[in-house]
Ligand binder design. Structure first.
Ligand SMILES: Cc1cc2nc3c(=O)[nH]c(=O)nc-3n(C[C@H](O)[C@H](O)[C@H](O)COP(=O)(O)OP(=O)(O)OC[C@H]3O[C@@H](n4cnc5c(N)ncnc54)[C@H](O)[C@@H]3O)c2cc1C
Length: 518
């Protein structure tokens, strides 16, 4: 049996096996050469006060002990099995499809975007200010919105079993086993595409179908039952359809609305991306310790209540880049990502405040359940007006944003298409800018130097969660009024992040298998 050893080490001791293996051997009273396998099962940095420490749990296998078996997922051939249509090849759609295969169903995926390598080329064009393909960009295409991202794999889901299985599936398809033990696991934008491609190959090898550049234009619904979809002009029939289209597919919400499928407006959050030099964040978080060099790029997570609402950092990307995440060239939308080594000189984070239904009540009469979506789009279009050239984005120095003055020059930024000076504090709705400004001052007290003039706010961080929910019955996971229609993942309002979307996809697949296709 393996042995667990919990230690508190210095950053240097924890940084390399050559430092920590002798310490573990001493602790176990064995020779270093007797340790057949040593793996870290949990690691977190404690930078709260005093000297920096790393809390670390090791699992050690001593010679002659049985080593852990590699994980295996079995995907049986499903040719000829009952078919299920999956719209969208994001984490929700892909994990649903793989789980359906395990349970003996044949998934047929329709994805509006391109396969991941071709998609990468369209993303490069956006970065070079060469236009935005509305079906192939940071939000749309194989792997969904998280493919060219930090690949952070946290979830608030309490079900450890589901969480571990999702991580293990990622490892089976090529992710580093480190994600199984890191306290804050992430994959990195350079590694995610290979994993996604491996999942697609597994689906096809098992006899499932994956169709790229096939946007679903219509749902076929008769007498309250879904009967299939129309994609690329073709009619494809199935008794179960998963809508896993993510929160950026505005046309899907409009299509459902026109088909009289009930939707609901919901609160969400919007704000800016905030970017600091990574060195500054390291110095603040690691207290300028001489051992800083042995630690990973520092991150932070901040939350405050301002004027009765939450303001918080969101999707923080240490050593990362701000990316142009719009699906339409007429909008300025930013998000963040990091490569696996988190080694860019910048630290960026979403910095957002709650948007409540009362904020877009003036749009409800005209747009009904889509009012929040229209409000979101209006902010993105306002941001584009401030930076009209290609995919440039409006930006302001953080201290100027708080002081309410214009930035005549801007510091360097990781945002490749370019930033343009703009008074974000003036054109953003006042209830938002007021809260964001106040929160920055509050956070500056917790992280001295956060309100730096070397830092930037960039507009706008608007796609945090869906402004529209596609309701589903708690027991059947189907739309309450359309049998066979399964809203899944982030776009339906049942997930917020890669892993929770993946878990939701698996959950819906299991529901289909448990009730069968009537
Ligand atoms: C730049 C960026 C960085 C991010 N970083 C992280 C991170 O580090 N960690 C994290 O947990 N989350 C991150 N996210 C959020 C995460 O990507 C999403 O929460 C997650 O991808 C949602 O999964 P989903 O499957 O529900 O939807 P999506 O991933 O949005 O997938 C939906 C898919 O449906 C397709 N589609 C849409 N409409 C149609 C149609 N009509 N027909 C056919 N196909 C259609 C889309 O092309 C897309 O591929 C990031 C997002 C972005 C944009």
């Amino acid at each position: 049996m393996s042995k667990i050893v919990d230690l508190i080490l210095s950053p240097k001791q924890a940084s390399d096996a050559k430092f920590y293996t002798p310490i573990v051997a001493r602790e176990l009273r064995v020779k270093e050469s007797d340790i057949a396998l040593l793996r870290i099962i949990k690691r977190s940095v404690d930078a709260r006060r005093g000297a920096l420490k790393v809390n670390i749990s090791f699992e050690a296998y001593i010679d002659n002990e049985e080593l852990p078996a590699p994980l295996h997922f079995d995907y049986p051939v499903v040719v000829g099995k009952p078919e299920v249509i999956v719209i969208g090849a994001g984490p929700a759609g892909l994990f649903a499809a793989l789980r359906l295969i395990e349970l003996g169903y044949r998934p047929i995926i329709f994805e509006r975007g391109k396969e991941v390598v071709e998609r990468g080329k369209d993303i490069a064009k956006i970065q070079r200010n060469q236009g935005v393909n509305p079906d192939s960009n940071y939000a749309f295409g194989e792997g969904g919105a998280g493919t060219f991202s930090d690949g952070k794999l946290f979830t608030r889901s309490k079900k450890r079993g589901d969480y571990n299985r999702a991580l293990q599936r990622l490892v089976y398809h090529g992710a580093s086993p480190e994600i199984l033990y890191e306290a804050h696991p992430h994959i990195g934008s350079d590694r995610l595409p290979r994993i996604i491609a491996d999942m697609r190959n597994a689906i096809r090898e098992a006899g499932g179908e994956v169709h790229f550049e096939r946007r679903v234009e219509e749902l076929i619904i008769r007498n309250g039952n879904v009967e299939g979809v129309v994609a690329g002009g073709d009619r494809i029939e199935a008794r179960a359809v998963l809508v896993a289209t993510g929160h950026s597919a505005r046309d899907v919400y409009y299509m459902l609305n026109e088909s009289k499928v009930r939707l609901e407006a919901k609160p969400y959050a919007m704000g800016v991306r905030i970017e600091h030099p990574q060195q500054l964040i390291n110095e603040i978080q690691y207290h300028r310790s001489p051992e800083m060099e042995y630690l990973p790029a520092a991150s932070y997570s901040l939350v405050a209540q301002v004027g009765g609402r939450g303001v918080y950092s969101f999707c923080m990307c240490p050593g990362g880049f701000i990316v142009p995440a719009m699906t339409d060239a007429g909008e300025s939308v930013v998000n963040g990502m990091s490569p696996s080594h988190r080694n860019s000189p910048y630290a960026n984070s979403g910095f957002v405040t709650e948007i409540r239904e009362s904020d877009f009540a003036h749009l409800t009469e005209k747009y009904g359940a889509l009012a929040g979506l229209v409000f979101q789009q209006q902010l993105e279009q306002a941001a584009r007006k401030e930076a009209p050239e290609n995919q440039t984005a409006p930006a302001q120095r953080v201290a100027d944003f708080v002081a309410g003055c214009c930035s005549t020059s801007l510091p360097k930024s990781s945002y490749v298409p370019g930033v343009v000076p703009s008074r974000l504090d003036e054109w953003m709705p006042q209830f938002m800018s007021m809260r964001l400004r106040e929160a920055i001052s509050i956070f500056d007290k917790r992280m001295r130097g956060y309100k730096s003039n070397e830092a930037l706010v960039v507009g706008v961080e608007s796609r945090t969660s869906t402004p529209v929910r596609i309701p589903r019955d708690r027991d059947t996971l189907q739309h309450p009024e359309v049998a066979g229609l399964y809203p899944v993942g982030e776009g339906a309002g049942f997930a917020g992040g890669i892993i929770s979307a993946a878990i939701d996809g698996e959950r819906v697949a299991e529901m289909i298998a448990s009730v069968g296709l009537n």
